[in-house]
Design a protein around this ligand. Structure first.
Ligand code: SAM
Ligand code: SF4
Length: 474
């Protein structure tokens, strides 16, 4: 049987693209697998936003080479931003890659999958190759895998491709092209399809999603949110990523008025220094960012505010960096993705004088100290409460535990109790009493499960022996 394994790196745009590939593959008769060693086609959906992502992608290609050595029928396919960037050189560097599809070639990738489909039926039953592949079983995934048992509960829907803002550090406009907004009807149709397939959470994605404007009618992102929120069967809705420049009073009012929206707003600030923001070409000042946050707090006072931050951007002085630290103290972000600046070929900032990596790493540590205090304080508010969270699957660190995300995007880890994967696939919301709080998230005990976010919880059966305090019985 033809099967496909898809490994995804990078941002939510890639998650959305991987879901598209998965849908095209299943329409052509492939089954999804979460184990690369079983797959007929292995797809690596790559990222190139920082050098680390690029190295990891080439590392994964080399890793999967052994699958092809064991079974030449296997096809290794690379797509995504790195594939776009290195489309002419990739197969020279990694000759075991069978095909490279750039960010605008997804439909062609879907067609290729359909065309390859028959090869696998003919080739079925090669015992020697199957044996060898079984020996490679430990080849698991390091990226997110579309084929896992809970992939259907979350759907990422692209509303816009590309970006026209050209921040001076960023490769995205070069590998994804300029803004290309999808018609509203197409977005709604894809959302309906995802809901029909059982999605409990829809994430509308775009690099600057709040700059959305429907080409034909001029409908803006607030209009789009209202239209999606009105869809029958919608459980939860969220969106990524917004740009401060495009945050309007209308959008703030809409966000405050839609109960289906997850109470989390991701608004990357990047740094807290005006001269640096100007050189980054971010199109706002620190004062303007503060004004946007004030607007947001008027309508969404209890929401989590999260952000992205870059340290050691070319020219960042100690004074610039101190301003970033001060802004983070002030904002107390509920979560922040922090990066050391990574020069990207072809972007303006890559040509400027660079800051030494040791300085960057040291600033990252100092920034994390400040940010983590705010993050922990956000998590501390949950101690002793019961939170409802959407299951992700077994925790990566401890497979005996279940990992989930609250609607404000906090990781929750708890023992499975008596819950089975089958139960969780149809009732993917878990209620957890929070007992412990960490910087990475919270942990506790599962009290029950629910089919939808607003459904009454069904208590979990507990193993009575496990809950009796044996010491107290002595
Ligand atoms: N479009 C979004 C925005 O404007 O904030 C984010 C896009 S980018 C894929 C995600 C994050 O990666 C950025 O917010 C930025 O913090 C970080 N990033 C992008 N280019 C980078 C670079 N060259 N070095 C380090 N971090 C980078
Ligand atoms: Fe990159 Fe800036 Fe566009 Fe975000 S807004 S994708 S950081 S160029």
């Amino acid at each position: 049987m033809a099967s496909i394994y898809i490994e995804t790196f990078g941002c939510q745009m890639n998650e959305a693209d991987s879901q598209y590939i998965a849908n095209r593959a299943s329409a052509s008769g492939y089954s999804m697998t979460g184990n690369a060693a079983e797959a007929s086609v292995v797809v690596i959906n790559t990222c190139t936003v920082r050098e680390g992502a690029e190295k990891r992608a080439y590392g994964r290609m080399a890793h999967f080479k052994s699958l092809k050595a064991a079974d030449p029928r296997v096809k290794l396919v690379v797509c995504g931003c790195l594939a776009e960037q290195d489309r002419d050189s990739m197969q020279g560097r990694a000759p075991y890659v069978d095909a490279v599809f750039g960010t605008r070639d997804l439909a062609r990738l879907g067609d290729a999958l359909a065309a390859w489909r028959d090869d696998y039926d003919d080739a079925a039953g090669d015992d020697a190759a199957d044996e060898l592949r079984r020996a490679l079983d430990p080849l698991g995934g390091h990226g997110d895998c579309v084929g896992d048992a809970y992939a259907h509960v979350r759907a990422f829907v692209n509303v816009q491709r590309g970006c026209s803002y050209y921040c001076t550090y960023c490769i995205v406009p070069y590998v994804r092209g300029r803004f290309d907004n999808r018609p509203l009807a197409d977005v709604l149709a894809e959302c309906r399809l995802a809901l029909a397939r059982g999605a409990r959470e829809l994430t509308l994605v775009g690099q600057t999603v709040n700059a959305y404007r429907e080409p034909a009618t001029g409908a803006d992102f607030a209009d789009l949110l209202e239209a999606v929120a009105a869809l029958e069967g919608l459980d939860r809705l969220t969106f990524l990523t917004s740009h401060p420049k495009d945050y309007t009073a209308k959008l703030a009012a809409t966000m405050g008025s839609l109960p289906a929206l997850n109470p989390r707003f991701h608004l990357p600030v990047q740094c807290g220094s005006d001269p640096l923001l100007r050189r980054m070409n971010r199109k706002y000042t620190v004062a303007q960012y503060r004004e946007k946050i004030a607007l947001f707090r008027q309508t969404c006072p209890d929401w989590a505010l999260t952000t992205d931050l870059i340290v050691a951007f070319p020219g960042e002085s100690e004074t610039d960096f101190a301003a970033t630290l001060a802004l983070c103290e002030e904002m107390a972000f509920a979560q922040a993705f922090m990066f050391v600046y990574s020069p990207r070929r072809g972007t303006p900032a890559a040509h400027w004088e660079q800051i030494a990596p040791e300085v960057g790493n040291e600033r990252l540590r100092r920034l994390a100290d400040v940010v983590d205090r705010g993050v922990r304080a956000w998590h501390e508010r949950k101690r002793g409460t019961v939170v409802r969270a959407l299951v992700q699957g077994p925790s990566r660190k401890d497979q005996s535990k279940l990992a989930a995300k609250t609607v404000d995007n906090v990781t929750v880890v708890a023992p499975f109790e008596s819950l089975t994967q089958t139960q969780l696939q149809t009732k993917p919301w878990i209620d957890v009493r929070v007992d412990d709080v960490f910087t990475w998230g919270v942990s506790g005990r599962v009290l029950g499960i629910a089919e939808r976010y607003d459904a009454i919880r069904e208590p979990v059966d507990r193993d009575v022996r496990a809950t009796i305090d044996l010491i107290a019985l002595r």
